[in-house]
Design a protein around this ligand. Structure first.
Ligand SMILES: NC(=O)c1ccc[n+]([C@@H]2O[C@H](COP(=O)([O-])OP(=O)(O)OC[C@H]3O[C@@H](n4cnc5c(N)ncnc54)[C@H](O)[C@@H]3O)[C@@H](O)[C@H]2O)c1
Length: 360
C-alpha cells in the first residue's frame, strides 16, 4: 500500500505531544501534515521537531485542509464533540481522545455526524490494546468464562489530581472529575470484555473532599494538564456506581483522584459461571489471574504473554485507526459504545445529584 494517511493533530499538550505525535511519526503509513494548538508555540515547536508543514491556532483552518485524511483531537474534553462534529461534517475521518464528550447531548451529536458522514469515528480506547486484554477477550469469546453476570472495575488514586485548578478540575471544561477522566478507561474495558451489554439503569454517588485542601500533596501521580494556583475545582474526587445491563448482568465501579488508600490501583474483575478473571495494575505490579475449577479442584492461573509484535496501548489504538482506513481491519470501537459509555457517566452524575436510580 503506497498511500500514506495524512493526519492533522489538534491539541499539542501532554498527550498530543508526548504520545500521539510520537506514535504517528513512527507509523510508516502515516504522514503528519498539520498541527494546531491555541498556544501557537506548542504547535510550532512540534512542527519544527517533526518537520510538519502546517501550523494553525484555529482548528477550523486545519479541518479546511483539502489533502487531509484524519483529524486527531487531543484537546481538553470540552472541544471533543465540537471539533469532531465539524471535522466529520467537513468529510474528514476522526480520531478523538477519551472521554468521547462531556455529556449525553454532545456524544449523540458526534454519533449523528458520524452516521451522516460515512467516515470513521474512533475514540481512544487504549486499554483494549494490550496482550492481557486480547487474551481475556478471546477467552470470553471462546466461551471459557461461561456467562459473565457480574463485574467490578475501578481506578483509584491516593493522591493524583491532574492539573489541579486547570481544565481537568473545571466542570465546564472537563464534564467532571475522575469518573469521566478515569472511568471511561476501566468501564469501557470491562463492558467490552463482557461483550458490550447495553446499560439499563444506574445508581451513583460522588464526593468532593480534597479539591479545596491547601495542604494536599496533590497531583503527585498525575502528569497531565497544567495546574493553576487559585484555579477552579468544582468536580468530584470520588465517584461510585452500580450499573444494570440488558442481559441481567451488573457492575460496580469506583473512580478517584484522591482518597486515603494505600496506593493507586486500576482493576477489573469478571465473574463468569465457568471462570473468573481479575486484572490489576499498580506502580508495583500488574497481574492477570483466571480463577476456575478442574475435576473438583480450584485452579488459579497466571497466563504468560508472548509479545505479539504489535504496539500496545495508545500507539496500538492509533495503528488500528490506520489499519481501518487502509482497509486492513474493522473498527474495534463503534460510536454507539461511546454513547452508552457517556450515558452511564451522565446518569451516575444525575443519580448523585437527585439521590435516585436513573432508568436509561
Ligand atoms: N488516553 C489516555 O490515556 C489519556 C491520557 C491523558 C489525557 N487524555 C485526554 O487527552 C486530552 C488532552 O489531555 P492533556 O493531558 O494532553 O491536556 P493538556 O492540557 O496537557 O493539553 C491540551 C492542549 O490542547 C490545547 N487546546 C485547548 N483548547 C484548544 C482548542 N480549542 N484548539 C486547539 N488546541 C486547544 C491546549 O493549549 C493544550 O496544549 C483530554 O481529553 C484527556 O482526557 C487521555
Amino acid at each position: 500500500m503506497s498511500k500514506k494517511i495524512k493526519v492533522g493533530v489538534v491539541g499539542i499538550g501532554g498527550i498530543g505531544r508526548g504520545t500521539h505525535l510520537e506514535a504517528w511519526m513512527t507509523n510508516p503509513d502515516v504522514e503528519v501534515v498539520a498541527v494546531c494548538d491555541i498556544i501557537r508555540e506548542r504547535a510550532e515547536k512540534a512542527a519544527q521537531k517533526h518537520n510538519i508543514p502546517y501550523v494553525f491556532e484555529d482548528y477550523k483552518d486545519l479541518i479546511a485542509l483539502e489533502d487531509l485524511d484524519l483529524v486527531d483531537i487531543c484537546t481538553p474534553n470540552k472541544y471533543h464533540s465540537i471539533i469532531a462534529v465539524d471535522a466529520l461534517n467537513a468529510g474528514k475521518n476522526v480520531m478523538c481522545e477519551k472521554p468521547d464528550a462531556m455529556n449525553y447531548e454532545e456524544v449523540l451529536k458526534m454519533k449523528e455526524a458520524y452516521e451522516r458522514s460515512g467516515k470513521l469515528l474512533m475514540v481512544m480506547r487504549n486499554n483494549r490494546f494490550t496482550a492481557e486484554s486480547a487474551f481475556v477477550k478471546k477467552f470470553v469469546e471462546d466461551g471459557k468464562m461461561g456467562e459473565i453476570y457480574y463485574a467490578k472495575c475501578g481506578w483509584v488514586r491516593r493522591r493524583g489530581i491532574p492539573g489541579k485548578g486547570g481544565w481537568f478540575t473545571t466542570k465546564e471544561l472537563s464534564g467532571g472529575g475522575p469518573l469521566i477522566d478515569l472511568g471511561v478507561h476501566m468501564m469501557d474495558l470491562t463492558i467490552w470484555l463482557m461483550g458490550n451489554p447495553r446499560p439499563v439503569s444506574v445508581v451513583g454517588s460522588t464526593y468532593s473532599k480534597f479539591g479545596q485542601s491547601q495542604t494536599l500533596a496533590d497531583s503527585v501521580n498525575a502528569a497531565f494538564g497544567d495546574a493553576k494556583e487559585d484555579g477552579i475545582y468544582n468536580v468530584e474526587d470520588l465517584a461510585t456506581g452500580y450499573i444494570k445491563f440488558d442481559n441481567g448482568a451488573t457492575m460496580t465501579v469506583e473512580f478517584s483522584w484522591a482518597e486515603n488508600i494505600e496506593r493507586e490501583n486500576r482493576y477489573y474483575e469478571l465473574m463468569g459461571t465457568k471462570a473468573g478473571a481479575r486484572w490489576h495494575s499498580s506502580y508495583f505490579d500488574s497481574k492477570l489471574s483466571i480463577f476456575s475449577e478442574e475435576q473438583g479442584i480450584t485452579t488459579d492461573l497466571q497466563p504468560n504473554f508472548k509479545k505479539s509484535g504489535k504496539r500496545e496501548q495508545h500507539a496500538g489504538n492509533l495503528d488500528h485507526v490506520v489499519d481501518c482506513l487502509l482497509g486492513r481491519a474493522k473498527p474495534i470501537f463503534v460510536p454507539q459504545q461511546g454513547v452508552d459509555m457517556i450515558r452511564i457517566i451522565t446518569a451516575i452524575y444525575e443519580s448523585a445529584e437527585t439521590g435516585k436510580e436513573i432508568i436509561l
